[in-house]
Design a protein around this ligand. Structure first.
Ligand SMILES: [Zn+2]
Length: 365
């Protein structure tokens, strides 16, 4: 497993480099060809989408289980030079090892385990790898939803939460807004009063927008980027803020959106334009998800592992599948820490039980 994880990590695949992602997709396709039927589909400006139907023991397949992952990482090409793959301190390190190349390897070994032990799977098992998950899944979303709609359950190979590897049974919905203020430029010395500062107006708006956060309801609003103005001696004609929003419940999204659309300028000479909205619905912890988690919990006990569940503010493609009402269990991939950080690493001692858990799930659902 370590050798295959190394091969996957050393084949760098940043979202914005389609050729690199395609090299990784080809590597996965070559790896699974002996025991799966592989299809790929163009991903527009991104790499190709991969779908692979596993050849598993057991005759009649009833329904489908979708294993969901992504081929892209947040790490630019060449990151390996300063952050090479290595095994040290009981961990595997390297760009993308945790999020989520190890998770893909666990799934592939789980499938091989079922084949070698001749353990039947009752459902058809399909793996889907998306090339654009780290940049919003705009291209892959329709295929994810199509495959999920045809499935009785979705298993997401994203890493678990924390160093105990809690499974993810709820994820917040994610969106973003851009608030653009257009004021009136003038000379800051000669004609100050003729200007209407877009920067001053935006600052007042941001103060109000930050107040949309309702931590007790799980709503957070983060003005993450601001831009504006041209020179110190010019009253700024334009300024803009990009704001990240997270909601726990789908019904909170339209309420929040309304508040953004209702922003009114303090200075009537300024105009406000708001674009954006929710792009990933929340994965709400419904009955189907709880049932799937209980099953995993029971299978974990058989493996001597106590599995816990968690809620995360981060989104994944599991948000889309859960929002369709398909029971979705997320965080089944690696146990480790430092996703998207230089400390990204996974625990070697948790590779086997995670793989066995995925295999048991495929044989039980
Ligand atoms: Zn991920």
């Amino acid at each position: 497993m370590t050798a295959l994880i190394r091969k996957f990590v050393e084949c760098e695949s940043p979202s914005d480099d389609a050729a690199a992602v395609n090299r990784f997709v080809d590597l996965v396709a070559d790896t699974v060809t002996p025991y799966a039927s592989v299809k790929t589909k163009p991903g527009g400006q991104y790499g190709r989408l991969l779908t692979a139907e596993m050849k598993l023991p057991g005759r009649k397949k009833d329904g489908q289980v979708l294993a969901l992952g992504h081929s892209d990482t947040v790490w630019p090409m060449g990151t390996l030079h300063g952050m090479p793959f290595r095994e040290a301190g009981g961990r595997l390190w390297g760009p993308g090892v945790l999020d989520m190349k190890a998770g893909i390897v666990f799934f592939l070994f789980a499938v091989q385990g079922l084949r070698e032990l001749e353990i039947p799977a009752t459902a058809k098992v399909v793996l889907q790898l998306n090339p654009d998950e780290e940049v919003g899944s705009e291209v892959s979303r329709p295929l994810t939803e199509k495959n999920a709609a045809a499935s009785r359950a979705v298993l997401v190979l994203e890493p678990g939460t924390g160093l105990t590897g809690k499974l993810k049974t709820a994820r917040k919905g994610v969106g973003d807004f851009t608030v653009t203020v257009r004021g009136k430029a003038s000379h800051a010395g000669v004609d100050f009063g003729a200007g209407a500062s877009a920067i001053v107006e935006l600052a007042r708006q941001i103060n109000q927008i930050a107040g949309f956060t309702e931590a007790d309801k799980g709503i957070t609003v983060n003005p993450g980027v601001i831009q504006g103005g041209t020179r110190t001696n010019v009253v700024a004609a334009e300024a803009r803020a990009e704001i990240d929003i997270r909601v726990l419940r789908l019904k909170d999204a339209p309420v929040l959106e309304k508040r953004f659309r209702a922003l009114k300028p303090y200075d009537e000479r300024c105009r406000i334009e708001v674009t954006g909205g929710l792009n990933r619905p929340p994965m709400e912890r419904g009955a189907g998800i709880v049932k799937l988690f209980r099953l995993a919990e029971k299978l974990g006990t058989e493996l001597g592992v106590k599995l816990e569940e968690s809620l995360t503010g981060g989104g994944s493609d599991g948000n889309f599948t859960a929002a369709l009402g398909i029971p979705t269990l997320d965080g089944l991939g690696a146990v480790g820490e430092g996703a998207h950080a230089a400390t990204a690493s996974i625990l070697v001692e948790r590779m086997a039980d995670r793989t066995a858990l995925i295999g048991k799930l495929l044989a039980s659902i």
